[in-house]
Design a protein around this ligand. Sequence first.
Ligand SMILES: Nc1ncnc2c1ncn2[C@@H]1O[C@H](COP(=O)(O)OP(=O)(O)O)[C@@H](O)[C@H]1O
Ligand SMILES: [Mg+2]
Length: 256
Amino acid sequence: MTNLLHVDSIHTFIGQFHILEGITLTIPQGSITALLGRNGAGKTTTLKSIIGLTPPRTGRVLYDGADLRGRRAFDIAALGIGFVPEYRAIFRDLSVEENLKIAERKKGDLARRADLIFTLFPDLKRLIKLPGGQLSGGQQQMLAIARALVPDNRLLLIDEPSEGLAPVIIEHMMEAIRQLSTHITVLLVEQNFRVASQLAERYYLIDDGHNVQNGMMSDLVQDRATLLITDHSPLEWRFSNRIAVSLSRSRLSCYL
Ligand SMILES: Nc1ncnc2c1ncn2[C@@H]1O[C@H](COP(=O)(O)OP(=O)(O)O)[C@@H](O)[C@H]1O
Ligand SMILES: [Mg+2]
């Protein structure tokens, strides 16, 4: 198994705030890895540190063997890393087609990837001339993911794609992510534990800018299943005797 991305003990500051205090992740090629943690744990900052939007002050990010230190976000993206930000950030006044076109890294990217994109998201083909601002939340999320598929990316960083979406739309989006992951490695930040556990093969749990635990998602689900039976509170369980993780309204949070 080849590792596509290795994040090695990164420390990231925002202003004077020390946000990431030694985050380490290894992302194998050809699978989905979930990055889990409560609000404010440092998940988005981790993705932004990888892509160079908040470059780590110390530590290393290795992508396909290349050290990304000192490279600008634009140059990092050009190596084949797509970022789907938390709040979608599509252009509301541009049509679906223009939103996709603007994501081209090389001329002709959209034409080359159209089959893949419109197979995954047939709605976008139907809505191709509509301004982005007129799409529903779910359609905007599809467009945000589709945009990251326009260039020939090998790794996608997807930040909370299910946020604010109706269950039926979440199902559709999960199926699209499952299918695209057969071509592209995915690092998925997700607070909806059902989504994360059904999509990801591996997980990393972080809290307060630190690694807490990582492993196979099936083991985490198993832990939870066992503990749910024995725990008096059906929404709370413990593992490693050290970490309490609670699920409330299907959102995952953890505290030490
Ligand atoms: N621009 C910023 N200025 C100051 N603190 C920030 C900024 N962005 C994020 N933070 C802080 O960094 C921590 C991690 O944030 P973030 O990575 O967005 O967490 P998550 O995505 O896990 O919810 C939080 O405590 C948050 O308040
Ligand atoms: Mg976030």
